[in-house]
Write a protein that binds this ligand. Structure first.
Ligand code: LLP
Length: 467
């Protein structure tokens, strides 16, 4: 019979090396691992991450608890940076797509690794600035930025990635009124399809994002007369992508717009942003390329396209979110009751669910988990992990093999760093969980657990409704 960590361990033999074996963590691509790089089973038969016993973390901070492994996050940042230095001859800049998880600590860690930040709202701009990221390295996206948000981005000296005509004209007006010349880029729809969930495809022509290729020439003509300082173009084709070909193709599509802008409209672009999208391994059967393979591929695609067209290499930007932070975090829950429907299934409930991880109910996403307080017990049952929300669809994992569990055991779900906290809600008035960062045997709170009182913070009770 197999035991709990043996299935992730066997499948990703190199992903969870016991610390005593001399495998360099640096050489593992975090997005290809089911668990954070520092995960081991300790002598108490507990899961340990970043040198911290998960059971002790739960005793200290409660559940549900997001546990972020700093080593994994820093390693992912370094691998992106180092791969560009190795495989791309021009300048490059990696931006963290903070929509994956925007909070001060995550932005501060990636900022300290010399990454910039991709933001999509005034809230994300504020978070990046407060985390100490230079506005020169903050790029502002979004298909319906408000005037207030645009003004804030201009005042803060962020670069604005313009999505559509309405925004372009609003920006031109703001620039003229303030006698300013804000830095902008243009988001184009490249017409590249990729295989991922339809909700997270963005590069195909029928997309709400970016300028359609048919309108680009008129946008260039407008820019040639405008006060805006357009430094380049951007495309993002989708998320959780395992194929390399679509990313290899971006350079070939974008180079034509680069060339046309310069030759016909005298717009001297210097930056090309090819978005994010590299997938991660949520379950054993997922097989994403490594960070280095992805960077090598996009670098080769862009280099070949620009050399063929006789253009100087642009400064190459990319915006990974999921592949930076996704595999660096796990969520710990306390197991509650169970229910067996004879001959059908056994449900095990946990003290969170779709409010802290809305991905299974939204995208039918799959996850893996272990029982963190008895890691070596045999996997003796196939169960379905249900959340505590009033929705039948609030199922975190269907049909997973686990050891026999009791109420009070700790279930740890892997791969919850991206689009979990950032899409968390207070559905059913559940407080949002706490998050901690672990490193070298130390844990620090990075997000406080919401309290019941926090849930009422924004409520107002009009006088006439007072009792
Ligand atoms: N750049 C742009 C313009 C984007 O729209 C996105 C993601 C990224 C970069 C980062 O993509 P990544 O490297 O993380 O794949 N909530 C969904 C994912 C939505 C992605 C939205 N845009 C999920 O949970 O799967």
């Amino acid at each position: 019979m197999t035991t709990a960590l043996s299935s992730p361990r066997q499948e990703t033999a190199s992903s969870n090396p016991p610390q005593d074996k001399a495998i360099s963590l640096d050489s593992l691509s975090p997005n290809q691992q089911l668990l954070p790089l520092t995960a081991i089973v300790n002598s108490s038969d507990h899961l340990e991450i970043g040198g911290c016993d998960v059971v002790e973390l739960v005793q200290q901070y409660g559940t549900p608890l997001y546990i972020l492994d700093e080593v994994s996050l820093r390693t992912a940042c370094q691998q992106y940076r180092d791969a560009f230095s190795k495989h791309y001859q021009g300048q490059s800049q990696v931006l963290y797509a903070s929509k994956a998880w925007s909070c001060l600590a995550v932005c501060a860690i990636v900022g300290s690794e010399s990454l910039g930040i991709d933001v999509v709202s005034a809230g994300e701009i504020l978070t990046a600035l407060r985390a100490g990221v230079s506005p020169r390295l903050i790029y502002f996206h979004g298909n319906n930025k408000s005037v207030e948000e645009l003004s804030y981005a201009i005042e803060s000296s962020c670069t604005i990635v313009v999505d559509n005509w309405h925004e372009l004209k609003t920006l031109e007006r703001l620039a003229q009124e303030g006698n300013l010349s804000p830095r902008i880029m243009l988001r184009l729809t490249p017409g590249i399809e990729c295989h991922t969930h339809e909700y997270i495809q963005t590069g195909h022509i029928d997309s709400k994002f970016g300028f359609d290729p048919n309108e680009i020439e008129s946008v260039f003509a407008f820019l040639a007369e405008s006060s805006l300082n357009c430094i380049g173009i951007h495309a993002h084709i989708g998320s959780q992508i395992f194929e390399l070909q679509p990313h290899q193709d971006i350079g070939g599509v974008m180079v034509h717009w680069f060339k046309l802008a310069g030759e016909k409209y005298s717009l001297q672009f210097s930056e090309l942003n090819i978005g994010g999208g590299l997938g991660i391994r949520y379950v054993e059967s997922d097989d994403p390329p490594s960070i280095e393979e992805w960077v090598k591929t996009v670098s080769a695609g862009v280099t070949a396209a620009f050399v063929t067209e006789g253009l100087a290499l642009p400064k190459l930007l990319c915006e990974p979110g999921r592949s930076l932070v996704g595999s660096t975090c796990v969520t710990a829950y306390t197991i509650g009751g169970s229910k067996t429907v004879p001959d059908i299934r056994t449900y095990i409930t946990v003290d969170g669910g779709m409010s802290d991880n809305p991905r299974p109910i939204t995208y039918q996403s799959k996850y893996r988990a272990v029982v963190a307080n008895h890691m070596s017990s045999p996997l003796s049952q196939t169960v379905t992990i249900a959340g505590k929300h009033c929705e039948s669809g609030d199922i975190l994992i269907k049909d997973i093999q686990l050891p026999f569990t009791n109420a009070g055991d700790i279930l740890v779900v892997f791969g919850t760093g991206a689009y979990n906290y950032s899409m968390a809600s207070n559905y059913n008035r559940l407080p949002k969980p706490a998050a901690v960062v672990v490193e070298g045997g130390e844990s620090s709170l990075i997000i406080k657990r919401e309290t019941r009182e926090d849930l009422l913070r924004q409520d107002c009770l009009p006088e006439r409704l007072h009792k």
